[in-house]
Ligand binder design. Structure first.
Ligand code: GDP
Length: 203
């Protein structure tokens, strides 16, 4: 079987809030996580373009919702990072509004990938965010990043521990992916997963 790859990835627009996102009818897969979790690196790794996500993450544009058109068929949406220690309270409120506005608009997003740094203990800010997603009934999957920083066994143990933590609150677990942008780990799995949803939508 031919591997599912990304043959084209094009930056389309940066939107300051959800009302400015151009209307379209293609599936959208949004990526979110704490600042520095490795979101830009993951988007670049998935698309095979080293500078795609960074280009739009120039200062002043960091609080934007960035759209990338993939294979002329679906979008990657790069959402602002949350929980960066250096942002002021007012900046965080603006960010919160942008993120909430996008997530709750509920029109375009097909699925949200929530990125988690695999090396860290479960962080309150991520757990709270995930709980919020549950309350809003937003479909999401977890993507553990930077797996190359741990051995495969340790990485798996981390993920199992995280799942255990989630099961304290949830009856069902979301889909989980282990990735490393540095090593290309998880690329094919993520793209296959997205393509399988695209196929379901088509049918
Ligand atoms: P963002 O703020 O979430 O967009 O994070 P970046 O993609 O800019 O990455 C933050 C830092 O983590 C950078 O120094 C990256 O080089 C590093 N990083 C990102 N992904 C990986 C990875 O898979 N492995 C390793 N070892 N480092 C990574």
């Amino acid at each position: 079987m031919k591997p599912n790859l990304i043959s084209s990835a094009v930056f389309v627009c940066s939107s300051p809030d959800v009302s400015k996102i151009p209307a379209h009818r293609l599936p959208e897969y949004a990526f979110i996580g704490r600042s520095n979790v490795g979101k830009s690196s993951l988007i670049n790794m998935l698309t095979g373009q080293k500078k795609l996500a960074h280009t739009s993450a120039t200062p002043g544009k960091t609080q934007m919702i960035n759209h990338f058109l993939i294979n002329d068929a679906w979008y990657i949406v790069d959402l602002p990072g949350y929980g960066y220690a250096k942002t002021s309270k007012s900046q965080r409120e603006v960010l919160g509004k942008i993120i909430t506005g996008y997530l709750k608009s509920g029109q375009q997003m097909t699925l949200l990938f929530v990125l988690i740094d695999i090396r860290l203990e479960p962080q309150a800010i991520d757990l709270t965010f995930i709980e919020q997603l549950g309350q809003w009934e937003i479909p999401f999957a977890l993507v553990f990043t930077k797996a190359d920083k741990l051995g495969p066994m340790a990485a798996q143990q981390r993920v199992e521990a995280y799942k255990g933590r989630l099961l304290e609150q949830w009856e069902e677990l979301p889909p989980v992916f282990i990735t490393s942008s540095e090593k290309g780990i998880g690329r094919q799995e993520l793209i296959n997963y997205i393509e399988s949803i695209n196929q379901q939508i088509k049918n």
